[in-house]
Design a protein around this ligand. Structure first.
Ligand code: G3P
Ligand code: MG
Length: 279
């Protein structure tokens, strides 16, 4: 068992999980573990990433913020309140302070030893085995580019030579535009926000940012959005998928990037759908 040993999963050279990110996103249905296997382990922890890798996902989505001393750390909320035993803003705590926190007990006591991972730690574990979707959580005003988080995150990915294996995404589309300007080889996605982007089509959001991918929740998938994205060669990724009905709706609509807290359910559903189609 792979468990918490952090050994590399053995993948063969032609394993699709080692392909560049855009090749995978364009070619085949893809299961993406949202915040790791967050349905079964505390979100955005090494335990959740390990479990997602064991489930054989193609990609893991994770959220990043920047600590007071400029380390990129993996955590969803701007504060540590919900997912650790501490209180306060991520941006006002040093990495040493963040590392003292228990990031697992809120989910289940058996995860009490989980810590907030740095982006480097998460990438070291995931990158040899799966692609990565790094969602930048902008702590500043969402309409402005928080260049600090973008610079810090891209620097980590660049230094680890992983630009080909990463999809950057954000609700803050200015941030995606900025990343593309600074690093044209980076792959980016814009996430749809129902209030900020009300009524806007994928092309109207992705093209000004230079993004290849449009991400929305399952409730925001419409025929018009699918047609618009296809016309402009934009890939759609959908999160919030939970069951067979969701999967079938996505696959019959031509949506192939399937994001879920329960990647095992999606994987099984996908296999079932493909077997059914082939027979
Ligand atoms: O990328 C999709 C999804 O992660 C966006 O929402 O709040 O789960 O980060 P959230
Ligand atoms: Mg996210």
């Amino acid at each position: 068992m792979y468990g918490h040993t952090r050994e590399k999963i053995i993948v063969t050279k032609n394993d699709s999980r080692l392909n560049p990110v855009m090749k995978e996103l364009r070619n085949t249905p893809m299961v993406v573990a949202h915040r790791g296997f967050s349905g079964k382990a505390p979100e955005n922890t090494i335990a959740a990433f390990t479990m997602a890798l064991e489930a054989g996902v193609s990609m893991i989505e994770l959220d990043v913020q920047v600590s007071k001393d400029n380390h990129v750390v993996v955590i969803h909320d701007p504060t540590i309140d919900r997912t650790t035993d501490g209180e306060g803003k991520v941006s006002e705590l040093t990495l040493a302070e963040l590392k003292k926190l228990d990031a697992g007990s809120w989910f289940h006591v058996k995860y009490k030893d989980e810590r907030i991972p740095t982006l480097v730690e998460a990438l070291e574990l995931i990158a040899p085995n799966a692609l990565i979707n790094i969602e930048l959580k902008s702590t500043r005003i969402i309409r402005k580019a928080d260049t600090h988080i973008a610079d810090a995150t891209v620097e980590v990915v660049r230094k680890m030579d992983l630009l080909e294996r990463v999809l950057f995404s954000s609700f803050n589309h200015k941030l995606m535009k900025y990343i593309k300007e600074q690093e044209p080889t980076a792959h980016t996605g814009v996430i749809f926000h129902p209030v900020l982007h009300f009524g806007r089509m994928p092309s109207a959001l992705a093209r000004p940012a230079g993004a290849e991918v449009f991400v929305c929740s399952k409730h925001e998938v419409t025929r018009r959005r699918i047609t618009d994205a296809a016309k402009h060669n934009i890939i759609i990724g959908v999160y919030g998928l939970e069951n067979q009905q969701d999967i079938e709706r996505m696959l019959t609509s031509g949506i192939q990037v399937l994001v879920s807290d329960y990647p095992d359910v999606i994987k099984q559903g996908l296999e079932k759908f493909q077997v059914h189609k082939a027979s």
